[in-house]
Design a binder for this molecule. Sequence first.
Ligand SMILES: C[S@@+](CC[C@H](N)C(=O)[O-])C[C@H]1O[C@@H](n2cnc3c(N)ncnc32)[C@H](O)[C@@H]1O
Ligand SMILES: [Zn+2]
Length: 474
Amino acid sequence: MTSTAIGPSSLLARWMHEGVFKCLHCGSARLDLLPEGVACGACDATWPVRNQVPDFFNQYTAGRGPGGETPWDAESDDELVATLVRSLDLGEGDDVRDRVRDIVQRSQVLACDNLALSAEIRDLIDRFSPAPVAATLPPPAPQSNRDARIGFVRHYFGERVPARAPFCANVRVQNVGAHPWSSRTEVPRTLSARWRGQDGSTVPAGDFSFPVDIAPQGGCITLPLRLTAPRRPGPWHLCIGLADGGRWLPQAAGLEIPLVVRPAWLSVWRDFAARLPWRDAPVLPVVNPQGLDYGADHALGTQIIGDWVRETGRSGLRLLEVGSGTHPQTAWQLDLDVLAVDISAPMLELGSLYFRQRFVERLGFVCADAFDPPFMPAQFDAIAIFSALHHFPEPDSLLLALARLLRPGGVIFVMCEPVGDSLDGAETVRDLAKGINEQVFSLDEYQRIFARAGLKPQSLRVDGGSLKTVLERG
Ligand SMILES: C[S@@+](CC[C@H](N)C(=O)[O-])C[C@H]1O[C@@H](n2cnc3c(N)ncnc32)[C@H](O)[C@@H]1O
Ligand SMILES: [Zn+2]
């Protein structure tokens, strides 16, 4: 029941034949789509195919949740299965219900050691029957804040800031201690920042609360720090560490980011000069203060891709949609061949059931970790990511890996990504509490992320905090 044969004219069979795919074990392009799964013709690697979705991630254990328990209960499962069948219009019949039940149960049992990926996959249930947004967080663990050991993973600061200017940049930190961090305790634990000048004097720069408690032994968060640059131009260091009740914990200080504070007039002049017509001017963002709802915002992103396809005047272009979930946004662009990739096989399998045979010759679903994509280099004319780039702990490395998959002249569409300076929104807090890696970046940080990946915006717009950009190799 878990495997359904895919015809030779399907997009998946065609692209395996054309050498688009790559064996994740030996790197060979000789992959075959057989009724029982995908097999490498050069080594003995195989991957299962369920509901027409090859699973190159395939880290599920049968019958047991991450803690050894059986996490589903039959009654709520039946309700969810009925909701899914109805909302995806999958039709009647025991077979369809059995398939959906199997998908739901599999979404709850995986042996993946990456907590954020596990959270993404288990989120299937909430995507289709969401928990109330105002769900309260469980009380902080009694042992919270007992020790203070911090790991600095990465930051998104630039090298220069104008004097006295407010700005925001993220730092990703890890709790490497044995106890959780909580900003909700009587003496709240915060991330604390201070400016240190050349003469060694320091100026407080702010205390920043954790929106959710950070798990010990490896829990991570990318926290936006809202700061104001010092008044005095020159070289400074931003020192970041932990504090309890605003009291700096010297044993948990560590990260020192060097920053040059520029006189304000110099920044104004450089901004102006960068836009002079004889310079290789960066594209200016179009900023629309009006936000759109999810549907309209995604429709606008899809329209930008449609316009690009029309401008190329070509058909049958190959597009890879990364982090597509159940419903790839580009599925309805009839001029495109679309491969949808996500870490969640259950989500993709529901998509495959929804589309049935509808676009099988130009639409396929593949489960894979986008950081480890099972594709040969230079295979795609375009890559699209909708509302997913900000979930990746290293968005620049992801874009770099994806850029290698582009054919010459190919572009990456980064669509509907959150621009802002706070993780405090109710939905963001809810998802962080589930373990999903929610992040939010300023426009400057996105520009640095793109530059680090060797990508250059062709166009850039922000609609009420939703970024849409078309990137080319710089
Ligand atoms: C917020 S959802 C966006 C879904 C859809 N594109 C949309 O716009 O509604 C983020 C998606 O990224 C996927 N994702 C997260 N980490 C991933 C990874 N390492 N590889 C592939 N997909 C990933 C999640 O499973 C999830 O479906
Ligand atoms: Zn192989």
